[in-house]
Design a protein around this ligand. Structure first.
Ligand SMILES: Cc1cc2nc3c(=O)[nH]c(=O)nc-3n(C[C@H](O)[C@H](O)[C@H](O)COP(=O)(O)OP(=O)(O)OC[C@H]3O[C@@H](n4cnc5c(N)ncnc54)[C@H](O)[C@@H]3O)c2cc1C
Length: 407
């Protein structure tokens, strides 16, 4: 059986390991545009100069030998032909497969504002090559403008602060980390970044940006006509599933490649895992999906059931946060908050069930929260402080003396 995996990120790597564990004779070929395996979550450490390229690798040193995986690196797949069971590389080489995994992630999205897409000093931060280009540009840049204050924007800021850059972040929402945190939780991070010298322009949109004679943008005009001067720009305003090369393949796409609960696409013998599915945009979910797709590719039917909730951990300046489930408040929600000097906790409850939890500072019992949210356990009968509940509140000793769920 020949398994071809497009992408050498965590989804592709985990799929390859799973396939090898289930079938020691399978041919496994990975193909990636990347020339080096690296953790995107660690790119800020590279920007900061705290890690070199080699130490971003998250696989064992002898990964390809150990798992007997072939790797074509530094080459893009430009077409998938399900009828012929072949893919086409940018070199025009055609590669056949029995089972194919699409695990090629997302692309940074540069909005069509002024000449942002044309300028030579504007970067996304997705791949190691982006980080390398940013470090090079930063050698001659003092003022860095970052558009977007999500995790990627703050990662970029965190890394470049270490290089002594002056950083301004423009964010169109009224708070930073608008997808991950509520306003109160986000404010704690804002303060920490401000103490480190970052300037935030919140509730503002970049509207105009023209290139100078050198092909670079030196100022961005905001929607209130304020001008933000810059020597380089990092755009961290979202990502898009990297599905462009699937045009004409018949593989259905929505926010990403559409998959069923077995991570199978609309075409025979083609699976998808990781950010390309648009199901999630975080590392642990991409890894899980890679493992599950690998099992299904080997004929071991396994469902992906973790579609329920967003999970995020955030750690800047030693302040740790964990969010599971929904963060935005909706009509009919009950919001329960607990705060002291060490921590901030906020739960969203609807119809007796917890739909979202944010833990900041102290993140113990995360597993309990995850369980309650995923399984939609009714907590309305619990007569105690919701932040003090534990598994014990849901267990009882059953007839045969064994623990079982009481709710
Ligand atoms: C700066 C940054 C910080 C992040 N921080 C966190 C964090 O703190 N916590 C967290 O949980 N998540 C974080 N994430 C998200 C996390 O990195 C992703 O969810 C994860 O990397 C997705 O893995 P993947 O295997 O689906 O795709 P990717 O890791 O994106 O890998 C895609 C692979 O496909 C290859 N590829 C792409 N197109 C082609 C093509 N046409 N042909 C061949 N190969 C191709 C690429 O070269 C790459 O090898 C961060 C992401 C970024 C960018």
């Amino acid at each position: 059986m020949k398994h071809v995996i497009i992408g050498a990120g965590v989804a592709g790597v985990e799929a390859a390991k799973t396939i090898r564990a289930l079938d020691e004779r399978a041919d496994i070929l990975m193909i990636s545009a990347d020339t080096q395996i690296h953790s995107r979550c660690m790119l800020h450490k590279f920007l900061a100069g705290e890690r070199d390229e080699k130490s971003l690798d998250f696989t064992e040193e002898d990964f390809f030998e150990k798992y007997n995986v072939q790797w074509k690196s530094g080459v893009r797949v430009i077409q998938v032909c399900p009828q012929e069971k072949e893919i086409v590389l940018e070199t025009k080489e055609r590669v056949g497969y029995d089972r194919l995994l699409l695990a090629n992630g997302s692309d940074s999205c540069i909005p069509p504002v002024g000449e942002l897409r044309k300028a030579s000093n504007v970067y996304g931060l997705r791949n190691l090559c982006d980080a390398q280009a940013i470090v090079k540009e930063a050698e001659q840049a003092e003022n860095v403008l970052i558009i977007g204050s999500g995790l990627v924007g703050l990662d970029a800021a965190y890394g470049l602060l270490e290089r002594g850059k002056k950083i301004t972040i423009v964010e169109m929402a009224p708070q930073i980390l608008p997808v991950q945190l509520d306003a109160h939780g986000a404010k704690s991070y804002q303060r920490l970044f401000e103490q480190a010298g970052v300037r935030f322009l919140l509730g503002r949109k970049a509207c105009q940006a023209q290139c100078g004679a050198d092909g670079k943008i030196h100022e961005v005009i905001l929607d209130n006509e304020e001008k933000a001067a810059c020597d380089m720009i990092i755009v961290a305003a979202g990502v898009r599933a990297s599905v462009g090369y699937l045009d004409g393949s018949g593989i259905l796409c929505d926010r990403g490649v559409s998959v069923d609960s077995y991570l199978k696409t609309s075409q025979q013998d083609i699976y998808a895992a990781g950010d390309i599915t648009g199901l999630s945009g975080i590392w642990p979910n991409a890894a899980d999906q890679g493992r599950i797709a690998g099992k299904n590719m080997c004929g071991v039917p396994t469902e992906y059931t973790d579609r329920f909730a967003m999970k995020n951990t955030i750690n800047f300046f030693g302040l740790l946060s964990l969010c599971v489930g929904r963060i935005c408040q909706e009509e009919g929600d009950e919001i329960v908050v607990c705060e002291d000097q060490r921590q901030y906790k906020r739960a969203i409850i609807k119809d007796g069930k917890i739909e979202g939890i944010l833990l900041q500072g102290e993140i113990s019992h995360a597993g309990t929260w995850q369980y309650l949210i995923k399984n939609q356990i009714d907590v309305s009968g619990i007569q105690k402080d919701i932040f003090k509940i534990s598994y014990a509140d849901f267990y009882r000793v059953g007839e045969r003396g064994k623990y079982e769920w009481a709710v």
